[in-house]
Design a protein around this ligand. Sequence first.
Ligand SMILES: Cc1cc2nc3c(=O)[nH]c(=O)nc-3n(C[C@H](O)[C@H](O)[C@H](O)COP(=O)(O)O)c2cc1C
Length: 307
Amino acid sequence: MEQSKKLSSVFMNHALANPLVLPAGVMDVSHGSMLFAVENGAGMVTMKSCTLEPRSGHPGPVVCEIEGAMINAMGLCNPGIDRGLEEIATFKKFSDVPVIASVFATNVSDFLKLTQSVNDSSADFIELNLSCPNVSSEFGTPLSASSEMVAEIVRAVKSESKLPVFAKLSPNTHDVIGIAREAEAAGADALVLINTVGPGMVIDIDARRPVISAKFGGISGPAVKPIAVKLVYQVSGAVQVPVIGMGGITSGRDVIEMLMAGASLAGVGTAIYYRGIDVFAKINAEIEEFLEMNGIESVTDIKRIEC
Ligand SMILES: Cc1cc2nc3c(=O)[nH]c(=O)nc-3n(C[C@H](O)[C@H](O)[C@H](O)COP(=O)(O)O)c2cc1C
């Protein structure tokens, strides 16, 4: 896809056509769906979070739309790390767009096994999903509620990983900034935030039962954007490593806002549901329009506001 130089950047030694990232778990469980996002304008993609073994996830319904947001409890359905990395290898036969391998585990030892697998793959980055809120009935509180656990896992993975390590953090804890600092001190090369908010609950009052089979689910989409912007602003002011900002980004102006909060790149997930898979191309055009109207040469000139 032909894209303007105004949108390009270099992120950790990788040339990116634009600052838009397909985040973990949204339309990315196969090489075909990741390629589809790239064909439609994504600058970088993330593979669905993979566990050591395949998981079928929760029974349906797993997702529903509410006003201004989506709620989901997929239950980490994924094909397992071996198959997930095969999908990345196939993707790489068709595209040189950087890929983040997202991994999920509940303890250090499993995170290390996942890291060893990712080391031998064609992924460009490893992302530690420390923040899934949808599996707490099985696994308890998300790891990123504990700064000690975050530090321990990041330090262990960093010592084993051949790839740059990203830590994906949860918004659902009172000390996101402290946890972000711990992750950086433990060696994280970049931070990714936010994962979904909540969990929340939606009740079908006619059926008198929760809409989501798992009862509770993580909230994403436009309603969570102010939370994401605030946390990215605070965290990017507290750490030196790059922050990939996401949560409710739906338009070019939302991306600019996230960059002004201090993000280096912007994830676009739930917006695919609202605007279609070509949301990436649409948002890129909107960013360009903003740059043009404001006489800004490059998207990389948009910096964190000081306030
Ligand atoms: C259906 C769905 C599945 C998701 N699965 C994952 C996942 O496997 N791993 C992860 O780290 N985040 C997962 N997320 C969170 C997203 O990557 C992202 O952090 C969040 O949705 C906020 O961005 P958005 O509002 O643009 O969707 C999922 C989100 C949705 C909506």
